[in-house]
Design a protein around this ligand. Sequence first.
Ligand code: HEC
Ligand code: HEC
Ligand code: HEC
Ligand code: HEC
Length: 372
Amino acid sequence: MSRLTLSTLRRPLALMGAAAALLLAGCERPPVQTTQQGFRGTAMQHTVNPRTAAAQQAALPPVPADAPAIPDGPGPKAKDIYQNVKVLGDLPVADFVRHMNAITQWIAPNEGCAYCHNPANLAEDSKYTKVVARRMIEMTRNINANWTQHVAQTGVTCYTCHRGQAVPAQVWFKAKEPKQNTQPMLGNDFGQNKAIGGVAWTSLPYDPFTHYLSGKENIRVYTAQPLPQKGTERAPIQTAEQTYSLMMHFSQSLGQNCTFCHNTQAFSQWVPKKATAWHGIRMVREANNDYVTPLTSAFPGPRLGPTGDVAKVYCATCHQGVNKPLGGMQMAQLYPGLKGVAAQPAAAAAEAGASAAVAAAAAKPGAVVKSK
Ligand code: HEC
Ligand code: HEC
Ligand code: HEC
Ligand code: HEC
């Protein structure tokens, strides 16, 4: 019988050591920072590893150097000098040119002014990119002026989405209708079970976006009553699956767990970050329905998706894996041309009514607000 000595154990010990090192390689080194996010005792904590966060911040794309804003003065305005300026006309001429330089860096740093302009006649609207860019300026202004409950004073610029490329890196198209196969064994995919990055590679429905980020369907899993009652709305199983799929997109886009926005003992409860996200959903719907989609006919065929729709905005378009896009960088402040004016009182009041209900509920645990 062989004796158990240190030398006979050396090899298995070395193997165990190597296995442990391999297993732990994916772990992050402590200490981490934890901040309380929600009500006490609900485990709503935001955990950040400062070293990982610093590495993420360092990996952000470089921001083009910002020239300081040129103050308004008695000099001529863009509309006094140029022929075809419909949105940025009130900027002093020098500041107008500074905006054009910035837009070029944000959208087409390699192609330059000619990406949107006929260099022989800058006033002409012959390139679709210029027509789209004008509407994009209006969209950016609308976000900065009317969606401060989401973007706060941080705001957004073209760079938030575009980051030096004409087509933002993260966009979505409407998915094709799921194919009903005639071969019974191949079945119908029912719009799910496909590995799609936008919903974090889950087997959940791969296009919750058409329902929720251009459509205005209810994002709900829970119902107010425990049993079906005549005349009450009940969320069907499909809605639950689509909701979870959208939630995977939220988590992935912000690089955060569900507990960033939810008290997971009661997902329906309103808490501050969930209220911010609620405004974000409405902001994204408006960007898609009032700005991006109406531009469809301006785009050339190769830019359109499988069903002929234009590339649209979702949470990842701005956030790109971070809870505050670009780490909360305050770029928009430097560009008065992207500030915009707040909406007419009537429209603003309707929106404010619904958002006040959400805000009030966020401060009052357990309240239920109807989805708008
Ligand atoms: C991403 C598209 C885009 C790029 C790139 C771009 N522009 Fe423009 N430019 C526009 C839009 C849109 C307008 C019209 C703005 C408006 O209606 O308020 C415009 C208008 C102008 C005008 C006014 C012309 C007139 O008489 O009406 C000038 C001048 C101009 N741009 C110069 C430049 C220069 C110089 C560059 C390169 C440094 C440049 N632009 C790059 C989109 C662009
Ligand atoms: C909320 C995100 C978002 C912001 C902010 C934004 N864009 Fe866009 N932009 C998009 C999306 C989505 C498309 C559609 C992609 C495509 O071209 O197929 C687009 C397309 C464009 C195109 C057409 C590019 C091409 O080659 O087809 C131009 C030009 C453009 N944007 C200019 C701008 C300018 C200028 C600003 C700032 C004033 C801006 N965008 C701000 C999301 C955004
Ligand atoms: C960025 C914030 C955010 C993140 C992260 C997030 N959610 Fe949500 N969630 C919301 C918002 C906002 C709503 C309500 C949407 C509405 O009413 O329009 C919601 C709704 C829900 C609902 C429906 C509740 C009801 O009343 O029926 C469930 C369930 C849910 N989320 C689960 C999850 C899960 C699971 C995760 C993690 C995979 C997650 N959420 C991640 C913001 C978030
Ligand atoms: C047009 C760009 C844009 C889009 C699209 C967008 N967000 Fe945001 N979001 C922002 C900005 C900018 C901030 C930072 C505001 C601030 O500084 O407080 C932010 C902040 C947030 C926060 C608070 C983060 C924190 O740390 O306090 C949440 C939650 C959030 N967004 C969720 C969403 C969800 C969910 C979606 C998609 C439905 C979405 N956002 C789409 C621009 C955007």
